[in-house]
Design a protein around this ligand. Structure first.
Ligand SMILES: [Zn+2]
Ligand SMILES: [Zn+2]
Length: 300
């Protein structure tokens, strides 16, 4: 139970990265919360793509269990022509200025979705609906894939993402990644680069730290030992937190709670989040650093 963990200063089992059906996850927010309880997690953060948090931050209670929800979002930006993702966490409520910022980002996604629909050229693909156009939900490549599948234009995920991966089909989100970091820090958020590859992290961490990056999401499922150790070394070199999460979307069999961060890393993150100095995190020192062009993307 969290209360027991709390008295020992141990936050328990934490998962700082999951999605609901407000972006490209499968289940509604309340369902995700129930699954987090069932998965015996103690601290969670729902980080939907470019959306304000959907669950009330703070401690939720069900029966004898307590579970702490952290307000979060996953913001898409671009760097050197590539789409990158930023996790942003808040110690309490997500400030209204940042909620407004995210709603604008979600509106940009609706425009991007419509541009992709036009580019694909199938007459039966619907354009963005009202909730997407006003920024209440965010449209992703997954939604495009679903539309293609429903229309019978592709047979499976592989075909779908091959089609969507074609040059210029899905426009690049133009927000510079460093601007996403700065906006998050200006709003008092704690920033962690979502699922960086080792090559990207080696090339760009200095640049992003200069913009205010505070963490790397280095603890996650299906990461090989070399990458995990490499990210740990980079985090140590730059004084960054290592954050962790499952990036659970609910589309596969694996239940929420199968993956959890525990021990020192979980404690470090929660302590940092709770630290009052976070509120004063406004620094964005401009330090020039080299950029290069690595491969591979996990863009949504
Ligand atoms: Zn992501
Ligand atoms: Zn994600």
């Amino acid at each position: 139970m969290l209360s027991k963990h709390r008295t020992s200063g141990d936050p328990g089992r934490i998962d700082l990265h999951m999605h609901t059906d407000r972006s490209d996850g499968r289940f509604p927010p309340d369902d995700v919360l129930s699954r987090a309880f069932a998965g015996k997690l103690d601290v969670i953060a729902v980080a939907d793509h470019d959306l304000p948090n959907v669950l009330t931050p703070g401690v939720h209670v069900r029966g004898a269990r307590e579970l702490r929800v952290i307000a979060a979002a996953e913001v898409s930006g671009s760097h050197a022509g590539r789409e990158l993702h930023l996790l942003v966490y808040f110690p309490g409520e997500m400030p209204e200025e940042f909620r407004a910022f995210l709603r604008e980002r979600a509106k940009v996604r609706a425009v991007r979705y419509d541009a992709a629909v036009a580019k694909l050229g199938f007459s039966d693909l619907a354009v963005a609906d009202e909730p997407a156009r006003v920024g209440d939900r965010s449209l992703t490549r997954h939604h495009l894939y679903n539309a293609l599948k429903t229309g019978g234009h592709v047979r499976d995920l592989r075909e779908g993402f091959a089609l969507l991966g074609g040059a210029g089909v899905v426009p690049l989100i133009e927000l510079p990644f460093v601007d996403a970091i700065r906006a998050a820090r200006a709003a008092g958020g704690l920033t962690s680069w979502a699922h960086p590859s080792l090559v990207d992290a080696q090339a760009w961490t200095s640049t992003f730290v200069a913009a205010g990056l505070q963490g790397l999401e280095g603890v996650r499922p299906h990461v090989d030992r070399r990458t995990r150790n490499g990210l740990k070394v980079i985090a140590e070199q730059h004084g960054l937190l290592l954050t962790g999460g499952s990036d659970w979307h609910g589309w596969h069999e694996t239940p929420l709670g199968t993956f959890a961060v525990t021990g020192e890393r979980a404690r470090d993150f929660v302590a940092r989040l709770d630290h009052a100095s976070l509120q004063a995190g406004l620094a964005t020192a401009a330090r020039p650093a080299p950029a290069s062009t690595p491969p591979h993307s996990t863009a949504r």
